[in-house]
Design a protein around this ligand. Structure first.
Ligand code: FMN
Length: 329
């Protein structure tokens, strides 16, 4: 019999780990990660070949996406009954983090609930029902956050300002031909490879809420008053972290943990990074809300007013990488 320290992941465990990573949210559903599973470790790397030069020239969203995948990976290791020791080595790109299954430790009730929310979470870009999110519910969702990540709850006195900034961002994004071409290529309903999320669906376009999702050439941008009054019915969170590799990965982990906690509470959410890529909008948002740390992601939160369909993914096997061989075919 093999000693526990010489063990490798069983094929069942590999499935659980891979499927948890695959279901994470990612910018344009690009799934910019790969996973290697040597011994009883799980190594998550970013895929630099999955690039969005217009939307995400510096790869910030790619790192936030990898952070979300890392949050799922840790939960999967925990529900398999292992203590998860996470390390985020600086300066070893494309490696984002590795998780060592150190020794046996049963998952907590909280972790089981969060894990169960992985397959139920999806981007809810629609409007929400008018029921407000109670402060106690909100504090369960955003506490405790990770070290180095701040979650700013946008107060009602700022909805007008945020509305103005989102309107400005929407106009810039709508008029940027390069951005629009990239968006169309990545999120076309016609893609059949599990990449992109087929956002061009009647449900999405009819919503016509530019702050709720991605601004397209066809998006009708409402006036600031309408925008602000609609924003006032939502809970808006802003995840802030340093503009560093570790900061962005941590922001992604925190965002995903909050998202899963929200789903477990019966809430729905969608996230936005698009407006934060307009430099002037990002700077003005940070100044207006007195954010001490740079904003990385915006999250809209509320009680869902209907269901949203599940988006496709590449097959789980596509993300598995043997350390010596690159991505598996
Ligand atoms: C870093 C990051 C940035 C994102 N930016 C946006 C955005 O600006 N607008 C939007 O509608 N969705 C955005 N999303 C959501 C993705 O489009 C979504 O997660 C993906 O299409 C998969 O769909 P799902 O969340 O329903 O599983 C972002 C997600 C991540 C992780």
């Amino acid at each position: 019999m093999r000693h526990e320290s010489e063990r490798e992941w069983s094929s069942g465990e590999v499935e659980v780990l891979a499927r948890a990573v695959v279901r994470a949210p990612s910018v344009h559903n690009s799934q910019p990660w790969s996973l290697a599973l040597p011994g009883l470790r799980a190594e998550l790397s970013e895929r630099a070949d999955v690039a969005l030069p217009h939307q995400d020239p510096g790869g910030a969203d790619r790192l936030v996406s990898c952070g979300a995948a890392l949050a799922n990976l840790v939960l999967a290791v925990r529900v398999l009954g292992w203590r998860a020791d996470v390390a985020m080595p600086e300066g070893e790109p494309p490696l984002v983090a590795f998780v060592a299954a150190a020794e046996r430790e049963p998952p907590s009730d909280h972790e089981l609930h969060a894990y169960a929310a992985i397959s139920r979470r999806r981007s809810h870009r629609r409007s929400f029902s008018p029921v407000p999110v109670a402060p106690t519910t909100l504090s369960r969702i955003i506490d405790p956050l990770l070290e180095g990540v701040l979650c700013h709850v946008v107060g009602p006195e700022y909805t007008e300002t945020v509305g103005e900034l989102l309107e400005t961002a929407a106009r810039v994004i709508k008029g940027d031909a390069g951005l629009q071409a990239e968006l169309a290529a990545w999120t076309s309903a016609w893609r059949t490879d599990g990449v992109g999320d087929g956002l061009v669906t009647p449900g999405y376009d009819k919503a016509g809420l530019p702050w709720a999702g991605l601004v397209r050439e066809t998006t009708v941008i409402p006036d600031v008053g309408t925008l602000a009054s609609r924003l006032a019915q939502e809970t808006l969170l802003i995840f802030c972290a340093e503009d560093s590799r570790a900061g962005r990965v941590s922001a992604g982990v925190a965002m995903q943990r909050a998202w899963l906690a929200a789903v477990d509470e019966g809430l729905a959410a969608s996230v936005l990074s698009q407006p934060l890529h307009v430099a002037a909008v990002r700077a003005r948002l940070a100044a207006a809300l007195s954010l001490a740390v740079p904003p990385q992601m915006i999250m809209r939160l509320g009680y869902p007013d209907g269901s949203v369909r599940r988006t496709a993914r590449r097959p789980a096997g596509d993300l598995l990488r043997r350390p010596d061989r690159g991505l598996s075919p």
